[in-house]
Design a protein around this ligand. Sequence first.
Ligand SMILES: *Cc1c(COP(=O)(O)O)cnc(C)c1O
Length: 438
Amino acid sequence: MKFISTNGNANAVSFGEAALRGLAPDGGLYIPAQWPQLTESFVENIREKNLQEISFELSRLFIEELDSAVLRNIIVESVNFDAPLVQLDDKLHVLELFHGPTLAFKDFGARFMSRTFSALRENTGQDLVILAATSGDTGSAVAQGFLGVEGIQVCLLYPSGKVSHIQEQQLTTAGQNVTALEVEGTFDDCQRMVKQAFSDASLNEQLLLSSANSINIARLIPQMFYYLYGVAQLNEVEEPIFCVPSGNFGNLTAGLMARKIGMPTSGFIAATNANDVVPEYLRTGSFNPRASEPTISNAMDVGNPSNFARILHLFENDHHNVTQHIWGASFSDSDTRKAIGKVYEDFDYVMDPHTAVGYQAVMQYQRTNQGYFGEDSAPFIILSTAHPAKFGDVIESAIKQKVTVPDRLATCLNKEKQSILMENDYSNLKKWLLEKYK
Ligand SMILES: *Cc1c(COP(=O)(O)O)cnc(C)c1O
């Protein structure tokens, strides 16, 4: 199995190379060159399989260079929490993807990526240094995902004073092989310093550097696992419509990849907040990336979704083809607050703001576009991307109740913050990296 670039001007590479490089040398994103197919019996018997079995069989299809025993071990360590499907009514289901350590679906990608990186670097005999700029959520999933993983050092840059208290606690209290650099600057400054490090030849000769950002193919593969596990938990094998609260569109792309290999599905709903470049593209055929706007579903505040290139590639750059499989809608913060209250009233269920964007999209689909995918009776599966306790203030004002904070979040809130203050200046970062990791 080889991986090619969406830009089409780079050599096909193995999974390991695609994973450790992150971005292809021509600036494109890696995507499988061929699409292996799930067997009929896999799909027919899917309801008898658990999440780890599904995960192992899927990863085996895409990753050839790791032994089965190594791969199995990676799955056991990384997919070590559940993704239950909760039924709200006859047709409506919520797939809860927030049962991992940082209470968001990014745990799937980060945990799997960390362990595959660790297995892949064994051949080099050198420690791998993961360098990442974070504005919040990605960093905490990376910190937790790579925590204690052998042969890997993690260095996270975040903008001082510009992440939420919970996010900062999650970034700075991990310890062990994870170091948080608190940069006196903005997120863009952090990103610029990281980019400079990756393009600095002398630094790269001395350290084995890699990124862990959301465009890495090693994060998309594990995100296919739970789509199939969602199908496996339906009352019978049906072709659900998946609704995906989206920002960078990695999650939705993983669903499209699962469809490519034969997952039963009727279609996908792309749900966004005010950052609606993709729903707009679906409606009009023109893609106009722009600066992002802040919202209460802030992990989806993306104005230029990087995985859009993969989506276009999957549908051969054909707008009509894209719209056959994806329908989109966007919602304001005030509607999202109301939706959180309504879901609580109707179903006694608490949704985080991201998931509530997805809920509204399903409601709108049913009101105005039922039958769009040619399937009137398909069940809906909303991907629930985060635990409501991560957004306590918004939830409490919407449902007039306190949200219970799970232990794994409470623990990190009580730990002492440990970060290293860093001037907004690349030469300082370079000096620090060499002193610490060489
Ligand atoms: C990252 C994130 C999203 C958006 O996922 P994409 O793959 O970037 O589309 C949605 N909800 C939450 C809670 C997230 O952390």
